[in-house]
Write a new protein. Structure first.
Length: 354
């Protein structure tokens, strides 16, 4: 078949797409100017999610929803970088899962700033060295990242978005499996591969590292040491992969939070709100605190208790509910909550991915 005529048609469509994209850029620039005047950030996760949900509804295919989202992720990323390039701080070093989550959310265009620890990510955004920060918050197999929850109790930053990332772990080493005597990784990653390690490396010592990517760097330098990390990290630090998909649960997903200095926008109709509560030291205090939500049929998707670090045996409760802070029903529930809890801190409201 002569491909010439089809390719000519494709060229014509590409010319139209480019013209339309530039028209879109000009309109988005107008929006950016208005936001700039009002002192608002350009990045608006709620608007982006609402736009993507609408596009998914009208997309007749064969373009898949994930393909459509990836294309639009980059269109918006390029748009924002034309107006005001963003700096995104994340838990580094380079090639961590947190970097992958940050790129999934912000695309390829921002400046990415790897930070050595979770508190450093908070500090970079608080000091204005970064526009936004990305931190891991919980994993479907390993549970919460306590360090992140503890930092949320102390910060003035707001959660403005969340990102889910499927986590596929690899065993990475310059030595063959028979010679591996030590496995290094972030405690969470080691916990997610416990059964695999018990089966394949029962005698290897398990050692905590600051991050999965840090463990790969070390595995590249030390014989007999293996790391658990992503394929991307193995490629980045040029250390061979011995085994892929070694996590105990096939469906291993981590949830990351995107932080900003101020809340952005109102609800999208499908949002989540995170709150921090403290309770009075009296019988039934927790039950009383949950009542304002259950009595209104507000779904609570998470509750996690953490030591308050102010007093022994004093706890803070981190909760996630369906709805946006600005929703009337949420406001009514929070009003009732304030009457029975000494502390009610709003951590942020953000869109739930459709
Ligand atoms: O609608 C807006 O608020 C815009 O700034 C435009 C736009 C877009 O390109 O669609 C750009 C950045 C925001 O994160 C959301 C949407």
């Amino acid at each position: 078949m002569d491909l010439g005529p089809v390719r000519e048609k494709i060229d014509g469509i590409d010319r139209e797409i480019i013209a339309k994209l530039n028209e879109r850029f000009r309109l988005a620039s107008e929006v950016a100017r208005v936001k700039h005047k009002a002192g608002l950030p350009i990045y608006h996760p709620g608007r982006e999610e609402a736009l993507l949900r609408k596009l998914a509804e009208i997309n007749p295919g064969p373009l898949s929803e994930s393909g459509m989202r990836a294309i639009y992720r980059e269109i918006i990323s390029a748009m924002i970088s034309l107006e005001a390039p963003m700096t995104i701080a994340y838990l580094g070093p380079e090639a961590t899962y947190t970097e992958q989550a940050a790129r999934k959310n912000f695309g390829t265009q921002p400046n990415y700033a790897p930070m050595p620890t979770i508190p450093d990510v908070f500090a970079a955004v608080e000091k204005g060295e970064a526009d936004h920060g990305v931190i891991p918050i919980e994993n479907s197999t390993g549970g919460v990242v306590s360090h992140s929850i503890d930092m949320l109790a102390e910060t003035d930053l707001t959660i403005i978005n969340q990102v889910y990332l499927s986590i596929e772990h690899c065993l990475i080493s310059q030595s063959p499996l028979e010679e591996v005597r030590e496995v290094r990784s972030k405690d969470q990653a080691l916990a997610q591969c416990r059964e695999w390690l018990a089966r394949h490396l029962p005698h290897a010592q398990q050692v905590d590292a600051d991050s999965t990517a840090q463990a790969v760097k070390q595995a590249g330098e030390l014989k007999g040491v293996a790391a658990i990390a992503s394929e991307l990290a193995a490629e980045k630090y040029e250390v061979p992969i011995l085994a892929k998909g070694i996590q105990d649960r096939a469906n291993n997903v981590t949830r990351f939070l995107v932080l900003g200095r101020e809340p952005v926008g109102s609800g999208t109709g499908h949002d989540r709100t995170s709150l921090l509560l403290s309770l009075n030291d009296e019988p039934g205090a927790l039950e009383k605190a949950l009542k304002p939500f259950s009595s209104r049929g507000i779904n609570m998707t998470k509750i996690e208790s953490r030591p308050s670090r102010r007093k022994a045996w004093d706890y803070l409760f981190y909760i996630d509910i369906d709805g946006h802070w600005s929703d009337e029903i949420v406001q009514a529930a929070v009003g009732e909550l304030k009457a029975c809890c000494p502390l009610v801190k709003w951590l942020g409201s953000y869109p739930v991915r459709g």
